[in-house]
Design a protein around this ligand. Sequence first.
Ligand code: ZN
Ligand code: ZN
Length: 173
Amino acid sequence: MRIELEKLVGGRGNFAHVYQPEELNPIDERVNLAHAAEVEGTIRRTGQAVAVNGHVETRAQVECDRCLKPVQLPVSADFALEYITEADYESSSIAALSEEEMSVSVFDGESIDVDEIVKEQILLAVPARTLCGEDCKGICPECGIDLNTGQCNCAADEVDPRWAALKSLKNSD
Ligand SMILES: [Zn+2]
Ligand SMILES: [Zn+2]
């Protein structure tokens, strides 16, 4: 969804949309939506800048870093964004106006892409590393079995050479 600035009445407006997962997936190479994403917010022209404030609510899905099982994470994010045109950004007189909590983005001066905002907020909300549980045992690097649900003998088959040496000493007694 794009919001055309010239269609805003009095320089302001509200927006709301429910994205089905397939509208936005994949969010990036590791993150997908597991549930519809609801976004709502306000858009307001402030001089040369455009302020966009709102909220995103959804459930994201990523893979466990150790066992690759899907893990769902709730996303509930407030955002306060400010957009300026590239020309204004370069003259940068406006950059001093941005508050701590606000991030300034460059846009084409004509429309705001809400899809991009929603994707960005989801990525910001998802941690860089995710485990299905603190004690996830992961996958055996030898045979690929999920060690949370099964066992294998890969580790047991490896005989430590130090023990092998001791064994042969004992046998020679
Ligand atoms: Zn796991
Ligand atoms: Zn194994």
